[in-house]
Design a protein. Structure first.
Length: 328
């Protein structure tokens, strides 16, 4: 699917904005604060169903009561999203819905400047990053993640009550155990797949035979629902004191390794950026392999953060995709 035209109304700082896109590469140039990232955000909403950086209330242009986004595609299809300060509505080829239907989602590889600091960022930031890209691979993963997070929120709210017993949260323990094990299995599988080609793609960028990989770090010692449930129950007193769930896959982390050492502290700035670039190339390749669709590539002001070698590698590896780039 190729985007032909983007139209924004009352979106961020855009009152009325229109952009004709090229089939291959479209470059959006402007100073900081011009609203370049907002254009990528709008595309993301109409291809993935939600923003990658804010809630809908934060997106409406100040002083207005709604926003509207419209994407026209080269195959004649049209996607529209409208938010009126109460609810969001999607219209996909004249069919209206409150959420973007799974069948109408389209894969996107999003590259933000903050991604270049992923190796040294917090565990929560890395979890958020990998949850986003795993959701691109698998709609099932996305749905399981939503169910797990909903149950986790409910359990944590109960744990904050003054009078709480293990029996009162048993049903949430069961749900967390079921979906926690599913998430663990998905994450283990996807990280293994990334590591299969990670070193080779890194070599294609750097021409160096460094040994790189990603380690999946988790609380789980066993992968059965029964063991997960047992751990939740054993941690009940601790959790009721803390007011939140201290065990589970919501505490997972992804550790980047460089020549058998943790990359944060051992890899140079250039080596770290090559590792992230290789990860982006794998992301695009796995999306195409798993769902047989070529993702749209959204690059938000990352060229200014990369040297010439990395820029050339980025262009070379994404040359067969539609790319929309922002730059100053």
């Amino acid at each position: 699917m190729i985007i032909k035209k983007i139209q924004l109304t009352n979106f961020r700082n855009h009152s009325n904005y229109s952009l004709e896109c090229e089939d291959d590469t479209t470059l959006i140039i402007g100073k900081n604060g011009y609203g370049k990232t907002s254009v990528l955000e709008a595309i993301y909403i109409l291809t993935r169903g939600k923003s990658f950086r804010a809630t809908d209330k934060d997106i409406i242009k100040r002083g207005t009561s709604f926003y509207r986004i419209k994407l026209d595609f080269t195959d004649g299809k049209t996607n529209i999203a409208t938010y009126d300060n109460r609810s969001k509505t999607f219209v996909i080829n004249d069919q209206k819905s409150k959420r973007l239907p799974s069948k109408n989602k389209y894969p996107v590889v999003l590259f933000l400047p903050s991604d270049l600091n992923l190796i040294s960022s917090s565990p929560s930031r890395r979890r958020e990053y990998f949850d986003r890209i795993f959701s691109e691979f698998s709609e099932k993963y996305h749905q399981v993640l939503l169910k797990y997070n909903k149950a986790l929120k409910q359990r944590n709210e109960l744990l904050k009550k003054e009078t709480i017993t293990n029996e009162m949260i048993f049903s949430w323990n069961l749900i967390l155990s079921k979906y926690g094990v599913e998430l663990y299995n998905y994450r283990s599988e996807f990280i293994d797949e990334i590591n299969l080609s990670y070193k080779d793609l890194y070599y294609s960028i750097t021409n160096h035979h460094d040994n790189i990989m990603i380690k999946y770090k988790t609380d789980l010692n066993h992968t059965s629902v029964e063991d997960y449930l047992k751990n939740l129950e054993q941690n009940f007193q601790k959790d009721s004191y803390l007011g939140h769930t201290s065990y589970g896959v919501h505490r997972d982390d992804y550790i980047f390794m460089f020549n058998q050492e943790i990359a944060d502290g051992s890899a140079s700035r250039g080596e770290s950026r090559s590792m992230i670039l290789a990860l982006k190339f794998i992301e695009a390749a796995l999306i195409e392999q798993k769902i047989n669709l070529k993702p749209i590539i959204l690059l938000d002001d990352v060229f200014s953060e990369l040297d010439e070698v990395h820029r050339k590698s980025l262009v070379k590896n994404f040359k067969d995709h539609q790319i929309i780039i922002t730059s100053v």
